[in-house]
Structure formats: structure tokens, C-alpha cells
Design a protein around this ligand. Sequence first.
Ligand code: MTE
Ligand code: MO
Length: 383
Amino acid sequence: LDYSQEPPRHPCLKINAKEPFNAEPPRDALISSYITPTDLFYKRNHGPIPVVDDIKRYHVLIGGLIENPIQLSMDDIRKLPKYDVTATLQCAGNRRTAMSEVRKVKGVGWDVCALGNATWGGAKLSDVLKLVGLTQCTIVTPLGGRHVEFTSVDNCKEEKGGPYKASIPLIQATNPEADVLLAYEMNGKILNRDHGYPLRVVVPGVIGARSVKWLDKIDIIKDECQGFFMQKDYKMFPPTVNWDNIDWSTRKPQMDFPVQCAICSLDDDNLVQVGKVVVGGYAVAGGGRGIERVDISVDGGKTWIEADRYQKDNVPYAADDINSDKWAWVLFRAVVPVPRNTEIIAKAVDSAANVQPENVDDIWNLRGILNTSWHRVRVRRSP
Ligand code: MTE
Ligand code: MO
């Protein structure tokens, strides 16, 4: 694997692994804007960033279990109606470092910033699939296809040098309301190499691993994708499963992510001068659910106060507001008293009343995915 053609990156990013390049922004930078600037957006890769330089010759093949396979150029994709969808992409490994502190897990360590909120511009996958005769509500094609597989042009060691792959159910892919995009823009600019130039999939509300970058082909397939990242990774196991007794076939690939939040205005350990502190951060729910509440405690979880929530331009947020971005995070803020040395905790509730687990131990899993436990930071009063 050749890492000699990596693009330049922002010096502020905290590098968790160099090759493949995995990096996240600092906490305070992450919540300084509702839309995450592209250069500060976390980068999660499993191999070198591919070079696609002959855009005239670039095309996406659509094949598999359909009667008439087609080939689409970038021009063909740009001719389809363009949608701008603001969606938060979150890596399933977000907050893995903290899970590893309980008991060691396997995988790249991440603090709380392996996510970002961007406006993705592109064609809807549902429109693209109409071109091969697949309409909304198709559960199975006449040839027996039930899943849509995305294959990349990159190469990674987990696939023994082959490309990264993932799939989603056909019913989701053909549903225009699911807002699955083939994106060629990120935050109003042409998608850059790190994030999938020239074309990537964006599956809103689902763990980042299914949003395949550098798309090469789309296949309609019978069973879900058999690739490494669908079958031997990104599955949720109970804490009793270890590397000696694991049977990967017993679990489904993780799709939607659960409700999550983290404090980003404070570090793990803080020394504060004054009697009050700003508790700011993000909260996000999978599957298009909204954030109903964010609770903050300064007494180890005995009592809670509700934080203010907002999305664009500091406008107060409501989960059921038609102007809210349903796939996007919510930023929160509360000013709380710090009476003594204490732990500050944040936890969110989504619109289906799902809550975050209190302790990381209960959701510990050997791959260290989906650490959505209450986020805790320590605060000491300086004398
Ligand atoms: N697509 C390809 N082709 N190769 C990859 O390594 N990583 C996935 C996904 N798509 C990956 C990929 C994972 S695990 C995540 S979390 C997101 O891309 C990260 O997207 P980003 O780097 O644009 O933030
Ligand atoms: Mo990821």
C-alpha cells in the first residue's frame, strides 16, 4: 500500500493513526460551528487516499441482480436533480479510547470528535436506481436482489489489498425519504480527496462505515455485502464475547447509531477559577430521530438541569420543527455552577425517548464500537 500521495491536512487535527490517516479535530474547534468546516472534519481511512485524476473517464457501474446494467459518468450523475442534505457522519469508533480504559479493545483510539456535520450535495440514490428500473418500495428485484452494495476504488489491508465495501437494504436505497446520497459536494465545494473525491455515498443516520468513499460500483445483491467491514467488524457484541469465543455470524452489521452526546467545551480534567462553567457540546441521534433533551449534572447524576439546544444560527431547536435538520446533530449549552471539585455529566434523550447508558462497562465490546455512555468530565476548583 502506497502512502506517497496523501493530500495536505489541517495542522490542528489530532492524528490517531498516520497510515492509514485517521484524525479528529480538537473538542472546542468541533463545536465552534454548526456546520463542521471540511478541513476540520474527522478523517477515517482504512488505506491510502486513492488518486482519481481522469474525471472524464471516471464512471460508476450499476450492476448485479438487475436486467440492464448501466454505467454513469460524473456528467450523468450531475444531470440528476441535486439535493443538499445536512447530515452528521459519525464513526462507530467515536469515544473508543474511553471504552479501552475499562478493558482494552481493538481499534484506532478516538476521543469524542470522530464525527462532523456537513451539507452534502449530490444525487439521491433513489433517483439513480430509478434509471435501472428500481422504484420506491422495492423489497426484492425480479432477480432476487435485496441489498445495494457499494464498492470503492481504495485498497485496504483488511480486504487483503482489495477495495472497501458496504451495503444497505434495497428498501432504504430506493426510498427518497431516506436521503441516501451519491455526493459530489461537501459544504458547497467539490468533495475533496480525503472525503471521497469524486463521489461518495452518504447514508444519513447510519454509522459512518456504510458511507463508502471513492465510489467505483454499485451492485444489487441477494444477501448483505460479505466484505470485511460488514461481516468481521462494526458489529455489536455483548461484554462476554472475547477474541477466543467470538462467532461473527451471530450478529448483524451495525446500521443506525444510537443516541449520543459529548461535552466539548471541557477536557477530561479541568481547573476552573470561577464558580460557573460553560458546558457545551453536541448531541445526535441515529435513524433520523431528533434530540428531545440534553441533561447536565454537576453532582454525579443526583440532579439534572436541561441544556439549551440549537442548530443553525443559534436558533432554538425543537425535534418536531419542520425547519430542523433531521439527520443533523444539535449543539447544546448550559452555564452551571461548580460548587466544589466534581464530575460534570451530559446525557441526551432522543425523540423516541431512547437514553444513553450510564456506564461504559455495560456496553463494553471487544471492537470498542458505539461508546454512548454518559459523558463525564472532572472539574476542580482552583483555590
Ligand atoms: N470508504 C472507503 N472507501 N474507505 C474507508 O476506509 N471508511 C469509512 C467510511 N467510508 C472508509 C469509507 C468509515 S469507518 C467512516 S467513519 C467514514 O467513511 C469516514 O468518513 P470521512 O473520512 O469522510 O469522515
Ligand atoms: Mo468509522
